[in-house]
Design a binder for this molecule. Structure first.
Ligand code: DUC
Ligand code: ZN
Ligand code: ZN
Length: 460
């Protein structure tokens, strides 16, 4: 027994190349990538992956697992969310550790660690989500970054609960830069949204379909442009989460053309689902009470262009699951109370493969770049996101001839719906390896709870 195993005869995809080859694995790491067919590999366990694509395990840098939000808690715990991630081909998540108002940053972070420990089935990291910048809070940034949590998230919306004002955002940016952390921002003009929403409710427009009306594209674009200016004043890099509009892509591209350290992500649903969802009858639109909301085709086209041009570098899921029944319980009579978010970690890889690669919108190498390589690099996951010697052997065996039908009845995320109900997408995840261990076979999770490790991420 040599401890080696080899996945042989597949097509190995990186963010830049697609080559026929084998992947040699030892002790949970990739030992070599090449053609080993003629070598006498005695005692090496061989797995035939002929006809299959071998891609790096997905890195989803935007999830909210077991997280308090809008008077409730997201529906997945670390076990169910990471099993869902695994069966969908994602082997690392970076989750938002929420600071409940009134609680300290370090104590909130520790509470989130406790939720993940013993439960996560894939590797995970955290961003520190700041909702309450109490005196002395920035003094804790150094310790947080040193503990491997090298990014923070702030909100420009949800005044009174999550939002920081511009001055506080400036403080966070400045101190994050000093401590080697980066800041992620939710960019929407929350005050304008609150007024638009209040007007709608006052006019009796209380249904979930009005969530979209209260959050027009300009509320995102204005906040993106303002946040870029504030980041420049603080001389700090900035990463935009969940961008949804053409104007936001333009603002980010403009900043990048000036060589400013501005990065942006969009999410699977903004690329693949349209605002028409809000025209569905009854309470159905609540399924896509996501923030920001779904947009028109024009915006989707701009997002795809942004991915191809490189101004948007990451596609995340923004997995923030609330069951429809929970949305109804809280917000049936007032859309402002519907918890904002939906499921996505399970289907990010395959929906992007189907809608992106199979439809010719992005190349296979770009798919790998957006789902694994750039998110890992952006967030200091130095051992993840590539099938190259020395990297963790997080490998997805993807059957390009296969197909997958998405349904709430069969999904592993702990949810009573999926916005992709009934979709059949090209591609199937045949096997998933995490640090060399087979954890999924033919869509069935075969790993164990608690095997996932907290990954300390590098500072900037
Ligand atoms: N922002 C997120 O990143 N996720 C869900 C809700 C929100 O406002
Ligand atoms: Zn957000
Ligand atoms: Zn989110």
């Amino acid at each position: 027994m040599t401890g080696y195993s080899v996945l042989s005869g597949g097509t190995v995809v990186s963010s830049t190349t697609t080559v026929r080859g084998d992947v040699l694995v030892k002790d949970g790491k990739i030992a070599a990538v090449g053609e080993f067919g003629d070598l006498p590999l005695d005692g090496v366990e061989r797995v035939d992956v002929g006809g299959m694509l071998l891609v790096p395990g997905g890195v989803d840098v935007h999830t909210h697992i077991d997280s308090p939000m809008m008077g409730t808690v997201t529906a997945d715990d670390f076990e169910s969310a990471t099993i869902a991630a695994a069966v969908g081909g994602t082997t690392t998540v970076v989750d938002f550790a929420m600071q409940p108002k009134g609680n300290g940053l370090l104590e909130s972070l520790e509470a989130h660690h406790a939720k993940a420990r013993g439960k996560a089935v894939v590797d995970y990291g955290f961003h520190m989500c700041i909702t309450d910048l109490y005196p002395g809070a920035v003094g804790e940034f150094g310790e947080i970054v040193q503990s491997g949590v090298s990014s923070f998230k702030v909100f420009m919306a949800y005044r009174g609960t999550l939002m920081l004002d511009d001055g506080q955002m400036f403080d966070v940016l400045r101190q994050a830069r000093h401590t080697g952390g980066q800041v992620c921002v939710h960019a929407e003009n929350g005050d304008v949204i609150d007024r638009l929403a209040a007007d709608l409710v006052a006019a009796g427009k209380t249904g979930p379909e009005y969530h979209e009306v209260a959050r027009p594209p300009s509320t995102e674009v204005e906040a993106v442009r303002r946040a870029i200016r504030i980041a420049r004043m603080a001389d700090a890099p900035l990463y935009f989460v969940h961008l949804s509009t053409e104007g936001a892509v333009e603002a980010v591209a403009e900043a990048q053309s000036r060589d400013w350290a501005i990065a942006g992500e969009t999410c699977t649903h903004y690329l693949t689902l349209g605002r028409e969802f809000y025209d569905r009858p009854g309470f159905e639109p609540a399924k896509v009470v996501l923030t920001p909301p779904l947009r028109t085709q024009e915006h989707r086209d701009a997002l795809w262009r942004g991915l191809r041009a490189g101004s948007l570098g990451v596609v995340s899921s923004d997995h923030c699951p609330f069951c429809l029944e929970e949305k109804r319980r809280l917000g049936e009579h007032d859309f402002r109370l519907v918890p904002n978010g939906g499921p996505g970690v399970e289907h990010r890889m395959l929906v992007l493969y189907g809608e992106g690669v199979a439809r010719g919108r992005i190349s296979l190498t770009k798919f790998v770049d957006l789902t694994a390589t750039t998110p890992a690099r952006q967030f200091g996951l130095t051992g993840k996101g590539q099938l190259a010697p020395g990297f963790d052997a997080d490998i997805v065996v993807l059957d390009p001839q296969g197909s997958t039908t998405i349904s709430a009845a069969t999904q592993r995320q702990r949810m009573d719906y999926t916005p992709y109900e009934g979709w059949t997408v090209p591609g199937a995840v045949k096997a998933v390896y995490s640090r060399g261990e087979l954890i999924c076979r033919d869509g069935v999770f075969v790993g164990s709870a608690g095997r996932g490790r907290f990954v300390e991420r590098a500072a900037l």
